[in-house]
Design a binder for this molecule. Structure first.
Ligand code: AIR
Length: 176
């Protein structure tokens, strides 16, 4: 085994439930990842050490998740040239809107790709797309995953037939 290539860092153990959605998706694709708890506010030195050492340890993409005033993804991005994907977590009285603004509004020069609130699954898929630029097998798996996803949307149209008073859009209207 070559070791993990995706690093998932959460600001608190209370974020791990959301992080598990990213873990599930990376697992599905057979991509090795590591998970750590480190807070930009409570353990700033640990965050610095992780961010500055990640590339040398073989990490290719970092997913950083935090709630409230979420400095974590930006602080990591400031200390590595690896791509950083930030996930705002819906913790606290503002339900993640605070973290969304904090992660999306990076100062120029510190890029962070920001998902939606609790967007752990999309963070994993974005990490996979980044990895796929250098890995044909992951690229093919992603293409297949998209086909399967489309298939399940089409199959879900059967539910319209089972629902009273709904006329389904004819299939021909969805095809070219
Ligand atoms: N957090 C922790 N250190 C800095 C921040 N922004 C975030 C965590 C978590 C929230 O604060 O990412 O979403 C609440 O953390 P806790 O540990 O009190 O549950």
């Amino acid at each position: 085994m070559a070791g993990p290539i995706v690093g998932i860092i959460v600001g608190s153990a209370s974020d791990l439930k959301v992080a598990s959605k990213a873990a599930e998706t990376l697992d599905e694709f057979g991509v090795e990842f590591e998970v750590g708890v480190a807070s930009a506010h409570r353990t700033p030195e640990d965050v610095s050490n992780y961010a500055s050492g990640a590339a040398a340890r073989g990490i290719k993409v970092i997913i950083a998740m935090a709630g409230l005033s979420a400095a974590l993804p930006g602080v990591i991005a400031a200390q590595t040239t690896l791509p950083v994907i930030g996930v705002p977590i819906a913790s606290g009285p503002l339900s993640g809107v605070d973290a969304l603004a904090a992660i999306a509004q990076m100062p120029p020069g510190v890029p962070v790709a920001c998902t939606g609130i609790d967007g752990a699954k999309n963070a994993a898929l974005m990490a996979l797309r980044i990895i796929a630029t250098q890995d044909g097998a992951i690229s093919r798996k992603l293409a297949n995953w998209a086909l399967e996803s489309a298939k399940s949307v089409r199959q879900s149209r059967d539910k319209i037939n089972e629902t009273e008073n709904m006329t389904p859009v004819p299939e021909s209207a969805f095809t070219s």
